[in-house]
Design a protein around this ligand. Structure first.
Ligand code: PEP
Ligand code: MG
Length: 610
């Protein structure tokens, strides 16, 4: 779930901290959002090192203080050497004297007694690492300079910052070597853009831990497609870790342990072994159909955000793609994608060997996701704002570009298209009208398009449930987006961590709405799928079977476990459980019953003690 707060363990009173006798640095345990499962035990690599991301750690032994001062002095010498070389090079090139004067000023700062003494004093008195001590000194100077009346003098703080940054970079010089020579490492970063992941030697990356990000951020997606553990949204991990620190990432639990005690590492070695064994065992189920013991078959889709995830969807046993979140084509780009950009993506999804169908969801932009060049008007309630289909119907030309590409790709194989956040009959009719207009335009020019494209309505808004009977007349299938449906029916902003405790898929109101959608859909003779996070959570497997959904679409990594449970259950017992659940009135009673049932029925999957 997005937005969980993380704090270093040292801030969390009552929790135990360990002290590693060998390096005397404190262990820190942090909680974030586990976005890609698995355990990794390795060395950290601090990927970005902007001024604001200088690592901070406490030195808890006097011997370390002396070592830190030595590091600082050595970085000073190195910095001066570099500047002198630079002076020489500039001198050889000829040119004006101005740059040379500036470099001279920087050298003077590096030799300045007050600058040096204050930094050493910070190391000694505050017991902090040299990088942080330099930063403290710069901050102090900034305070003094900020008070200066003269604009020119006030601006000279930039020279001190420049010299300080050079020292910090030299302090981390050895860090860079790790990237080149180390055995693989865990990337620690504020956030990772596609450009920064492209810079990495990706085959040596063992895991990710970042300050920012959530389940659908770029880093999460890259981690899942590479199948490496990742925990995001840690808020301040870049402040707590230094390159080469030992680190454990538990992507399943959303936990990161910095500088673990050897005993803790040992326990995690075991957890890693068990996780990998379970994953391999589960993969045996991946290729089998999701059929209950009494013969009820549910189709399994994979949810993807990038076409790069398709091999993973196939390997984990998806029957098809149940949700392709196409808005990711727009995000992280400098320019709007054109029809050919769209087409290149859709061609990689439709008619792929190993997948029987592909469901393309038209883009869900707006709200808090924008495309390049857009100047979004600030909305007070973006989740209730101009997003998804509302946005498409406003920006019809953008919508048509996407529809044309989807239609062109449809000639390659079985394609389903669905529209997000439909809340009225007018919206689906208008979306379909534009769709057919584009289709007829293509047919007129002789462009081949598929002749069995199914049109779906995403059920994500309570009004759509209430008018489901009418919507069913306009659709070939429904796909329930529980992430939004729960948000709107329970009035809980899905990205506001202050109300995540209220986010409850087993709320009786949620279950009743889902049941209504399935019943109405089936009475109308159309398929009903579910593609929100709820569909991939094994705890709900029997409830989802009892509801008789035709398709469950989920993060590919979740598929093998879901299949294993489906294959171990019967439709009969699932319906009996659902019947009992529907008689209960509170989420807590329902949760207790569902969890107890699952633990009893699948003790290996849901361990008795947790
Ligand atoms: C949903 O809302 O459940 C869904 C699948 O769409 P998204 O998470 O992309 O909003
Ligand atoms: Mg949604």
């Amino acid at each position: 779930m997005t937005g969980r707060r993380s704090r270093p363990l040292t801030d969390l009173r009552g929790l135990k901290t360990f002290m590693d006798e060998d390096n005397q640095k404190e262990t820190i345990v942090m909680r974030g959002v586990g976005v890609s499962p698995g355990v990794v035990i390795g060395k950290a690599y601090l990927f970005d090192r902007l001024d604001t991301q200088v690592p901070l750690y406490k030195l808890s032994a006097p011997s370390l203080i002396a070592e830190e001062i030595r590091r600082f002095r050595s970085a000073l010498r190195e910095s001066e050497k570099q500047l002198r070389e630079l002076t020489k090079r500039l001198g050889d090139l000829g040119g004006g004297m101005e740059p040379l004067y500036i470099i001279d000023v920087h050298i003077m700062i590096l030799r300045d007694r007050k600058f040096i003494d204050r930094t050493i004093q910070n190391i000694q008195e505050k017991s902090v690492n040299a990088e942080w001590a330099v930063r403290m000194t710069i901050d102090k100077y900034r305070e003094i300079f900020d008070r200066m009346e003269d604009d020119y003098l006030r601006g000279r703080i930039s020279d001190i910052q420049y010299a300080g940054q050079r020292i910090i970079e030299n302090l981390s010089e050895k860090d860079r070597a790790v990237m080149e020579t180390g055995e693989g490492f865990v990337i620690i970063a504020t956030d990772l853009s596609p450009a920064s992941t492209a810079q990495m030697k990706i085959d040596r990356v063992l895991g990710f831990a970042t300050d920012m990000g959530g389940k659908t951020s770029h880093t999460a997606i890259v981690a899942r497609s590479l199948e490496i553990p990742a925990v995001l949204g840690l808020e301040n991990i870049t402040r707590c870790v230094q390159t080469n620190d030992d680190i454990i990432i538990d992507g399943s639990a959303g936990v990161v342990i910095v500088r673990p005690h050897p005993e803790v590492s040992k326990r995690y070695e075991e957890k890693k072994r068990l996780y990998e064994k379970a994953r391999d065992d589960l993969l045996d189920h991946a290729k089998l159909p999701a059929v209950t013991k009494d013969g009820y078959r549910v189709e399994i889709g994979g949810n993807i955000e990038f076409v790069e995830e398709i091999p993973s969807a196939i390997a984990h046993g998806a029957d098809g793609i149940g949700l392709y979140r196409t808005e990711f084509i727009y995000i992280n780009r400098k320019q709007l994608p054109d029809e050919e950009d769209h087409l290149a993506n859709y061609r990689s999804v439709v008619g792929v060997t190993g997948l029987s169908w592909a469901t393309i969801r038209t883009f869900d932009l707006g709200g808090d996701k924008f495309f390049p060049g857009a100047k979004p008007s600030r909305e007070l309630n973006p989740q209730l704002g101009l997003r998804a289909i509302r946005f498409c119907l406003k920006e019809v030309e953008l919508f048509k570009v996407q529809l044309r590409a989807i239609l062109r790709a449809s000639a390659r194989g079985k394609l389903r298209i669905m529209f997000p956040m439909i809340s009225s009959i007018e919206e689906i009719r208008e979306a379909k009208r534009i769709f057919y207009e584009v289709k007829n335009g293509l047919l007129k020019t002789g462009t081949p398009v598929g002749n069995d494209i199914e049109i779906g309505v995403m059920i994500e808004v309570p009004s759509a449930v209430i008018i489901a009977e009418e919507l069913a007349k306009e659709a070939d299938f429904f796909s329930i987006g529980t992430n939004d449906l729960i948000q709107y029916v329970l009035a809980i902003d899905r990205i506001n961590e202050r109300v995540t405790y209220l986010y409850e898929p087993l709320h009786p109101a949620v279950l009743s709405l889902i049941k209504q959608v399935v019943d109405v859909g089936h009475r109308a003779g159309i398929r009903v799928a579910m593609c929100g996070e709820m569909a991939g959570d094994p705890t709900y497997a029997m409830i989802l079977l009892g509801l008789e959904l035709d398709e469950l679409s989920m993060n590919p990594l979740a598929i093998p476990r879901m299949k294993k449970i489906v294959r171990g259950a019967t439709l009969k017992e699932s319906k009996a459980l659902l019947k009992k659940v529907m008689r209960l009135h509170s989420s807590s009673e329902i949760r207790a019953l569902v969890e107890e049932t699952m633990r009893k029925r699948f003790p290996d999957e849901f361990q008795i003690n947790g």
